[in-house]
Ligand binder design. Structure first.
Ligand code: S3P
Length: 429
């Protein structure tokens, strides 16, 4: 349990958020199946990405990690070894789903387990198409939940139409497609984050993007390279919102990833009236990044749905808090994917913000928030439910809450942002 800082009078200063989680996972995975050495700078040494390193070490890959510096000695597409131990994915959906895509093409047996939250997350969305390609996968409820076992082998390419816009599904199938005979394509209902496509190109693969369809031809080799991981916009989002809603604030976040498939949070902040500026944009070809400054702002409610949702899916908990401080109504719709994240984030966001007096209601595919509300706590306890993003949202909510507030299960935050509380403390003036 952790006592949270409440009623903060100002947040000021500049911080560099840790490396992007999605990109850090992929850099290790692609490095492992590439030929030659991959070096990674600004790797996120959070628990999720450490689970990825642990799994690939058990698959025989030599990986040295020294804080945010990582060196991966690639084994090539066919060089992974049958693991002697169960692969533990911890709390990480990205590790589970992308790893299944890689293992689908490996002619050996492996078992995957994770924590209590992973055990509730649907894996059929990747195990079914991978089975169609030829992988043998079984597990609880016919391979829909962990524990899972997989025996990969020779794969046939597929043209897969995904019912959900999910980068994890798209990436798992493309990684299997890289090992299949023929050309594999994945078509999504809306565009999800495209880090896999960009990074495959960085490792020398040919990837064809045509609107919402991405294709790869199998049996292409990857070549080890250097990956510079930008700061994680999903971590920056907590301070972008904090800067907009805490009085007398001005925060600069340096070297934040600005990949257009991830910047929905910036579009929302601007549409709601936030005072936000972006400078020093670099690296536009691979993964763009820049410095973002946000200041305390007068905000208005908006409607958020459709193609914007995959561009900000992980930011919805903190956007819900933002909406409690906006005049008028904010409607979040088309976001039923929230129900299958680390927690059911429609339920956990609504329940915890209600405890603080927010006017918020759950809907079938999102939530409705009416603002502006002064948040209050009278020595209350709120809960992360073991979900890192719920924990960080509540710590930011505390900054604008009157009264005493305690957070249950704060340790969940280490999954993606181990230095979160130190950074918050540094900004409080
Ligand atoms: C991720 C994709 C998203 C996101 C998750 C990371 C990725 O999940 O919520 O935090 O790295 O590909 P879905 O692909 O399930 O939408």
């Amino acid at each position: 349990m952790k006592r949270l800082r409440t009623n903060v009078s100002s947040l000021r200063g500049s911080i560099e958020v840790p490396g992007d989680k999605s990109i850090s996972h992929r850099a290790v995975m692609f490095g492992a199946i590439a030929n030659g050495t991959t070096t990674i700078a600004n790797f996120l040494a959070g628990e999720d990405c450490l689970s990825t390193i642990d799994c690939f070490r058990k698959l025989g890959v030599s990986i040295t990690q020294n804080g945010s510096e990582v060196v991966v000695k690639g084994k090539g597409m066919e060089g992974l070894q049958e693991p002697m131990e169960i692969l533990n994915v911890g709390n990480s959906g990205t590790t589970t789903r992308l790893l299944l895509g890689i293992l689908a093409g490996c002619s050996f047996h492996a078992c995957l387990i994770g924590d209590e939250s992973i055990a509730k997350r649907p894996m059929g969305r990747v195990t079914k198409p991978l089975q169609q390609m030829g992988a043998k996968i079984d597990g609880r409820e016919h391979g829909n939940y962990t524990p899972l076992s997989i025996r990969g082998g020779s794969l046939q390419a597929i043209d897969y139409r995904s019912p959900v816009a999910s980068a994890q599904v798209k990436s798992a199938i493309l990684l299997a497609g890289m090992q299949a005979d023929g050309t594999t394509s994945v078509t999504e209902p809306h565009k999800s984050r495209d880090h896999t496509e960009r990074m495959l190109k960085l490792f020398g693969a040919e990837v064809v993007v045509d609107g919402l369809t991405v294709s790869v031809t199998g049996k292409q080799a990857l070549t080890g390279t250097h990956v510079d991981v930008p700061g994680d916009i999903s971590s920056a989002a907590f301070f972008l919102v904090a800067g907009a809603i805490v009085p007398n604030s001005e925060i600069t976040l340096k070297n934040v990833g600005l990949n257009p498939t991830r910047t929905g949070i910036i579009d929302v902040l601007k549409q709601m009236g936030a005072d936000i500026t972006i400078e020093n944009i670099q690296n536009e070809e691979s993964e763009p990044m820049g410095d973002i400054t946000v200041r305390t702002s007068e905000l208005n409610g908006i409607e958020i749905g459709g193609e914007l949702i995959p561009r900000l899916i992980d930011e919805i908990p903190i956007i819900a808090l933002l909406a409690t401080q906006a005049e008028g109504t904010t409607v979040i719709k088309d976001a039923s994917e929230l129900k299958v994240k680390e927690t059911n984030r429609i339920d956990t966001v609504v329940s915890e913000l209600k405890k603080l007096g927010a006017d918020i209601e759950a809907t079938e595919d999102g939530m409705i928030i009416r603002g502006k509300t002064k948040l209050k706590a009278n020595n209350l306890m709120v809960d992360s439910y073991g979900d890192h993003r719920i924990g960080m949202m509540l710590a930011v909510a505390a900054c604008i809450t009157e009264g005493g507030l305690t957070l249950n299960r704060p340790e969940a935050i280490a999954v993606s942002y181990p230095s979160f509380f130190a950074h918050l403390q540094q900004l409080i003036k």
